[in-house]
Write a protein that binds this ligand. Structure first.
Ligand code: ADP
Ligand code: MG
Length: 140
């Protein structure tokens, strides 16, 4: 195992319910370190680009609308095996299928409004981090 970085977003349903600290507590308890964090409003262009792999999916429009509907917190997480570890901590996309104790099981409202994003591969983590952070703003 190696130390990795992954990209995380606390989505608008999390910020709307003041869950930033509660979600961060789960992240930190899992041994992941928050090495960069910023609260932003995602622009329409940013959200469309970020989720462009889903452009042909029926929920793409709804997803872009949701991600721009309120503030989000973008983060870089660091730790052993961080990409797979965070996917495990997040739980399944659909909260009804998310394992006990995962962020989505605890907090997600629905398959769309599911509280967090986490990169699905080390390669995508690198690409996603670059979309929102300068290397100098990541303090490991
Ligand atoms: P994950 O975020 O677990 O990697 P996907 O990459 O499949 O999941 O989907 C990206 C995001 O699109 C999900 O986190 C969720 O917000 C939204 N989404 C996925 N499937 C649906 C769906 N069936 N209906 C509405 N929104 C969805
Ligand atoms: Mg995904």
């Amino acid at each position: 195992m190696a130390t990795e970085r992954t990209f995380s977003i606390l989505k608008p349903d999390a910020t709307a319910r003041n869950l930033t600290g509660a979600v961060n507590a789960v992240i930190e308890e899992a041994g992941l370190r928050i090495v960069a964090q910023r609260r932003i409003r995602m622009s329409d262009a940013q959200a469309k680009k970020f989720y462009e792999v889903h452009a042909e999916r029926p929920f793409y429009g709804e997803l872009v609308e949701f991600m721009t509907s309120g503030p989000v917190v973008v983060q870089v997480l660091e730790g052993e095996n961080a990409v797979a570890k965070y996917r495990e901590v997040m739980g399944a996309t659909n909260p009804a299928q998310a394992a006990e104790g995962t962020i989505r099981q605890k907090f997600a409202k629905s398959v769309g409004e599911n509280t967090v994003h986490g990169s699905d591969s080390l390669e995508n983590a690198g690409i996603e981090i670059k979309q929102f952070f300068d290397e100098k703003d990541i303090v490991g």
